[in-house]
Each structure stands twice: as C-alpha cells, then as structure tokens.
Design a binder for this molecule. Sequence first.
Ligand code: SAM
Length: 232
Amino acid sequence: MSTSSKELWRNWDAETGGMIKRLSQIAKGGAPDGNMLRVLPALKKMYSPGSRVLDVGCCVGEYLAMLRKQVDPEIDYTGVDATKKYLDVARSIFKQTRFVEGDILNLPFDDNAFDLVFCVNVLQHIAPPLTVPLRELLRVSRRTVVIYLLSDICDMQIQQFRKPGDAWDSLPFFYHNVYSKKTVVSTIRKICPNARIFNAAGNGYRMGPLNTKYNVFVACKSTEGDILKGDQ
Ligand SMILES: C[S@@+](CC[C@H](N)C(=O)[O-])C[C@H]1O[C@@H](n2cnc3c(N)ncnc32)[C@H](O)[C@@H]1O
C-alpha cells in the first residue's frame, strides 16, 4: 500500500461511530440511501444468476440487504474493505458472508475472480492517480465493473474541513478527488482498450462553491454491455 493510501486508511480508522451507526441500520434492512438507488439499475442490468459479485469498499456491507431484496436472494457476494472495524460490524450482521480485509490498490484476489465488481463512493477518497485502483477493479473482474464517483468538467482535489458537530466529526478533514468524465473514460480505455464504457447521469452534489456530480460508470469487458446502450 502506498504511503498516501495508508494515510487515508488511518483517517477511516479514526471514525468513531457516526457512519457505522447510520450504515449499520441500512445493512440491517432499513431504507436504502440515495447513492444505492442510483447504482442499483446498472447492477440489476449487469447481474445474471450465478454471477460472482465483489463490493469494493463495502464498509459494513450496507449494500447486501438491498441486493438480496432487489437483485437475487441467493446472490454470491463478497465484500472487501481496508478498515477492519467496518468489516467486524459487517461480519456480525451477515454471519455467513465473506468479508475480506484488503486495499483497493492491491486487491487480494486473482485476475477475473469475479463477474461483476462494483465500487461505490470510494474512489474520491483515494489519492490520485485513478490508474491503480481502476486497474485493480478491472483486473479482478471477468465481465463488468460498475463505479460510482464524484466527477465534474475538470480534475481537482478538495479538502473539506469538518467542524465539531458535523456528521462524522472525528475526522479533521476529508479528501474529495473529483475527476472529469474524460479522465475516468480515458483511464479505463488505457487499461482496457476494448472495454465498452457507459455513463449514467448522476445527481448534483453541492460542495462549497462547487456543484459536482456523482456519476455511475459501467465498464464492460465483453459485448454483454450492449444492454446498456440506451443509458448512454
Ligand atoms: C464513503 S465509504 C463508502 C462505503 C460504501 N461503499 C457505500 O457506498 O456506502 C468509503 C469506504 O471505502 C473504504 N476505503 C477507504 N480506503 C480504502 C482502500 N484503500 N481500500 C479499500 N477500501 C477503502 C473505507 O473503509 C469505507 O468503508
């Protein structure tokens, strides 16, 4: 793991409970949050029964209850995250499910180990460049990668400082790396020249004076991605 990734990991480890509490409620079957609802259509389209599914940056496993409810009650799901305390919570909620400790910069899985790999709300917190984490996501996926991240017209990095009383105020600040759509698409193309790439519109997200967007990108390593043509 690079120094910068370790640095960020320490930040995640300093989290004292705000996010764990909120996301654990979702994991236990509460109402899904807005991010999940935006990613779900792409996941549903790209899933087929028997698909091996990997959730990168799975946190407390908050996506799993929704996937079981809305995609497949028998889904073959694995979660991987760098923060042990989140994984401990995930394992206590989902006792029979595989949760693995690992870094997105060096995923502890073989090439093509999964069919459908998704990564939601993680890449904006990983130090640039995007190349290493995207290469890892594409490497472990045989078929499709679904990514949800902040993007805008240009690349930039924002440090958002926390004030006492803010949600999750144990962290002094947060990195948000914002990538342009062009960077996301060209980086995927460089890693995987034959990939078909689809971009579903995201939601606006106000951060200081900016108005960046969360976007869903789907990279397909095979022609199965054509099912998404209408979403481009
Ligand atoms: C904002 S949370 C998103 C959680 C979940 N994917 C969601 O959308 O609700 C970011 C997650 O990424 C994890 N994370 C941070 N750095 C990581 C790294 N280098 N490798 C793997 N996971 C990492 C954190 O532990 C945290 O669970």
